[in-house]
Design a protein around this ligand. Structure first.
Ligand code: HEM
Length: 541
């Protein structure tokens, strides 16, 4: 009947047959693949709409709490859930190595095409040999030995940060209030009340700005969210290497633009690639397209400035400049900019969201915070550096447990990162998945497996890291992913997190603004806190 209607439309088009044929065609387009079930995945449970169309995943991605929704589905249906016609979510830590490990043969799926801007960088390149070439250049930059060389810079920005909070604290102690930092600050009950989230952003963006581009954005000094972007991005790209004039750029707030970009990209990534150009123009998504360009503009402006005025500084950009492209030549301007952009995006709000979440959980859990203060006082008490050093953080096991617990419970990278099953198929948890199927393991869910973490998995309790099966926890702990596409900046991230949390909590005590205060979170590609207003008191050291 449906086929007859379609044939009729083709051979004998009329307005009334078009009205009938369009829904019939849509129905066929989605229903026939389900009926044929060429990959044999119809048996897996999931939401009704997700069996037929990618729109279900695109829709829930736009809502801002994808990880929670997928987690609820796993609680209802078990470890394997169909979340799109060709995408299965596998919530079991034993699947991590089979899907992401070296030797799994999987590649990143077309999900990552939605994240390409300028050109493919290390994070969104999908071709195996291209990835291997890029990864060799960049992994070298982040080896443990190279990362130690960044320590003085990290110390410098944490010191600047502590001086800013000291300054506000001294004024707050006199009962004053002010507007430095988003949302301002207020002195009451002997504490300084402020939203720590923007401050964590200023710190992380200035650090990565300096490490990647040779100079900070100046957010900490100004207590303000700002970065330089080109007035005209295309002409700045074309003029690369020529004299860059100060008035070619303007200063704009960028942190919200980063958030919108992440949310936009996540929604686009769930839409099949052929529909993406159209979707970009929809009213709810058009702004996201502009935000992607603004974020890219930060790297364009910074790389342009560097190429116009070469320096002998050693930073991430100079190290990228000594890398070679696929033909053995120095990287071209597009590749150089794309890689600098990748490091800026991957190394900024990942760190700030995580530090913000850890501070919130310490404020909400007095006992854990007291234990951390005790460890810091006992281990570093007599040493008078303002900022903890990379040597000192090695002897702080409770600090490690607090950071791991924060990364587990918050899971800034919470969604399953999609991978395509290679030729010959893949065995995962005793099930065979045919070539071309997309599989992913959601970190948010495996970080909440009661068998691994205990029945109190929703609680922030660093002690679990000393009490439970260490090997099982290590296997299921996935903040940086695993295998060939795991976080290349992990050594830097771990050093930053430890130095920041140790230094800030050694100097200050944290309290929630009110009892029962919940840190709201919104998810794009990352799970990001929306705000964390805390009361801060300087400790007597
Ligand atoms: C707490 C901080 C961080 C967390 C939780 C984190 C997490 C992750 C995760 C989960 C991935 C895998 C993404 C995927 O497969 O789609 C990843 C990849 C990556 N990360 Fe990080 N990251 C952090 C900090 C950093 C830093 C500081 C840098 C560098 C400055 C960085 C650079 C990268 C890059 C370039 C990739 C892509 C690697 C590849 O595909 O080969 N990350 N990160």
């Amino acid at each position: 009947m449906i086929v007859d209607t379609l044939q009729n439309l083709i051979t004998n088009p009329s307005p009334s047959s078009a009205v009938l044929a369009l829904p019939a065609a849509v129905l066929l387009y989605h229903f026939v693949p389900w009926l044929l079930d060429s990959k044999g995945i119809r048996k897996y449970p999931g939401p009704f709409l997700a069996k037929f169309t990618d729109s279900w995943l695109a829709y829930i991605s736009k809502q801002g709490y994808r990880s929670e929704l997928i987690h609820d589905l796993h609680l209802k249906h078990g470890p394997i859930v169909r979340i799109a016609p060709n995408h299965l979510s596998v919530a079991d830590s034993v699947a991590l190595n089979s899907i992401y490990g070296h030797g799994s043969g999987t590649l990143k799926s077309d999900f990552y095409d939605a994240f390409v801007s300028i050109e493919r960088g290390l994070f969104n390149v999908r071709d195996r040999s291209e990835h291997t070439r890029k990864r060799k250049i960049i992994a070298h930059i982040f080896s443990q030995k190279s990362v130690i060389a960044f320590e003085p810079k990290i110390q410098m920005y944490i010191t600047q940060f502590l001086h800013q909070w000291d300054r506000l604290y001294d004024m707050a102690a006199k009962g004053m209030s002010g507007d430095d930092g988003e949302g301002g600050w207020e002195g009451k009950n002997g504490r300084l009340y402020l939203d720590v989230l923007p401050w964590m952003n200023y710190l992380a963006f200035d650090m990565i700005g300096d490490l990647a581009f040779g100079e900070p954005f100046g957010m900490l000094a100004a207590a303000k969210d700002m970065a330089l972007v080109p007035k005209d991005q295309n002409s700045m790209m074309n003029a690369y290497g020529k004299e860059a004039k100060q008035d070619d750029t303007i200063s704009v707030p960028v942190i919200n633009v980063f958030n919108n970009r992440g949310e936009f990209n996540l929604t686009m990534s769930a839409i099949p690639p052929r529909w993406r150009p159209l979707a970009r123009k929809l009213p709810g998504l058009a702004q996201g397209s502009r935000d992607v360009k603004t974020v890219a503009g930060i790297a364009v402006a910074a790389v342009s400035k560097r190429l116009a005025a070469p320096t002998d500084r050693v930073d991430l950009l100079s190290k990228l400049q000594s890398g070679r492209d696929a033909n053995g030549n120095p990287m071209g301007k597009e590749e150089l900019t794309a890689e600098a952009l990748t490091l800026l995006i991957a190394g900024s709000d990942t760190t700030s969201n995580s530090t913000c979440a850890i501070l919130y959980h310490l404020a909400a859990n007095r006992e854990s915070q007291d234990k951390l203060h005790k460890e810091l006082d006992e281990q570093l008490g007599t040493e008078d550096e303002l900022v903890a050093t990379s040597e000192q953080i090695k002897r702080l096991p409770y600090l490690d447990a607090c950071i791991n617990e924060g990364l587990r419970i918050h899971s800034t990278s919470g969604i399953g990162l999609p991978r395509i099953v290679p030729e010959g198929g893949l065995e995962v948890m005793g099930e065979h998945f045919p070539e071309g199927t997309v599989l992913s393991v959601p970190s948010y869910s495996i970080h909440r497996d009661p068998e691994i973490w205990g029945d109190d998995y929703e609680a922030f309790r660093p002690e679990r890291w000393f009490e439970r099966d260490q090997a099982a926890m290590n296997r299921a702990f996935n903040p940086y992913s695993v295998g060939p596409r795991a976080c290349v900046g992990r050594n830097l991230a771990a050093m930053e997190l430890s130095m920041i949390i140790a230094s800030i909590t050694r100097r200050f005590d944290f309290e929630l603004e009110y009892l029962g205060q919940v840190m709201e979170i919104r998810e794009g590609f990352l799970r990001k806190p929306l705000q964390a207003r805390l009361g801060i008191k300087r400790r007597n050291l």
